[in-house]
Design a binder for this molecule. Structure first.
Ligand SMILES: [Zn+2]
Length: 310
């Protein structure tokens, strides 16, 4: 069953049902004046769910002319190449730093392979290169037209060095990708998403401040859904990012091994979810959206980089 939610006229959320779990990865379908665009495309493993969702919204996938991705991680943009193969008219919008990796995903795949090992295919499916002619590299403040409206790309590094969020023309909503962290629909718990290789806490703080200054009415998260308690959410995203950073940094200073830290952070993360929601399923879904072990690797790499930079 494909779950499509109309958030307002011209905006639908498609639940990609990642690994058979609802409410973990979203794609958004934007329409204005007969033009259609996606924000995020998800991984190739959920491509059929995405296409079913588009059809369930009453739209022929061939009518979609643009797909805007917030960054190139496989859960956000992995399906871009497969989509273009099937719909050659589709233009993929991505920050200029991410563009080369969509055209040649070999480095991205090597890095993902180190993290996911033999689960690569099950989790993500094939990752095809996007032909350069189908890639539109965007920079900060660039406006992307969809029918009579525009989305503005906001360069918001921190989770990834090439991350952009997309602001609606009325400046009331922003598609946050992963820069506003992870929070499942209907839940109050906000969880950091800090995978390797290029998280950066200082840049991330600046990006969260930038989002806050927009004073929007809604944040549309990829993981997962739409939230209107914007200020509270962004504060929690910032505080949790640093709470987990402290947790890892202290243990690293005490000589803990990464595997021990991963076990400890997993326990902490599960406890944090359960403190807010007594829901075992939620524990599993949060872990699927942002694996805690990967967060440890991301922080450790960041601390090492900062140390060697002096
Ligand atoms: Zn990501």
């Amino acid at each position: 069953m494909t779950r499509v939610t109309e958030l307002r006229a011209g905006l639908c959320l498609i639940d990609l049902d990642f690994q058979g779990e609802p409410g973990v990865i979203a794609a958004y379908l934007v329409e204005d004046a007969g033009e259609y665009a996606l924000v995020e495309v998800g991984p190739t493993s959920t491509l059929e769910v995405l296409l079913d969702g588009i059809r369930a919204a009453g739209i022929d996938p061939r009518a979609i002319s643009k797909a805007l991705v917030t960054h190139i991680h496989l859960d956000h943009a992995g399906a871009a190449g497969s989509l273009v193969q099937r719909f050659p008219q589709l233009q993929i919008y991505v920050h200029e730093v991410g563009a080369t990796h969509l055209a040649d995903p070999s480095r991205l795949l090597a890095s993902a392979q180190r993290i996911y090992g033999d689960r690569m295919d099950t989790l993500w499916g094939d990752v095809l290169a996007v032909p350069p002619a189908n890639i539109v590299a965007v920079s900060d403040e660039e406006r992307i037209r969809i029918g009579g409206t525009t989305l503005t790309a906001l360069y918001t590094p921190g989770h990834a060095s090439h991350h952009v969020a997309y602001l609606t023309e009325d400046r009331r909503e922003v598609f946050t990708g992963d820069v506003a962290a992870i929070r499942l629909q209907g839940f109050d718990y906000v969880r950091p998403a800090t995978p390797p290789p290029d998280i950066d806490l200082e840049l991330w703080t600046a990006s969260l401040d930038r989002l806050r200054a927009l004073e929007v009415d809604a944040l549309h998260l990829t993981h997962f859904g739409s939230f209107s308690d914007v200020s509270r959410h962004l504060t929690a995203a910032h505080d949790q990012l640093y709470a987990w950073a402290d947790f890892i940094q202290k243990r690293a200073a005490q000589g803990w091994q990464p595997e021990e830290m991963k076990r400890a952070l997993r326990e902490r993360a599960d406890t944090e979810v359960k403190a807010v929601h007594r829901d075992e399923e939620a524990v599993r879904r949060y872990e699927l959206a942002a694996p805690s072990g990967m967060s440890v690797d991301g922080y450790l790499r960041y601390f090492r980089k900062r140390q060697s930079a002096g």
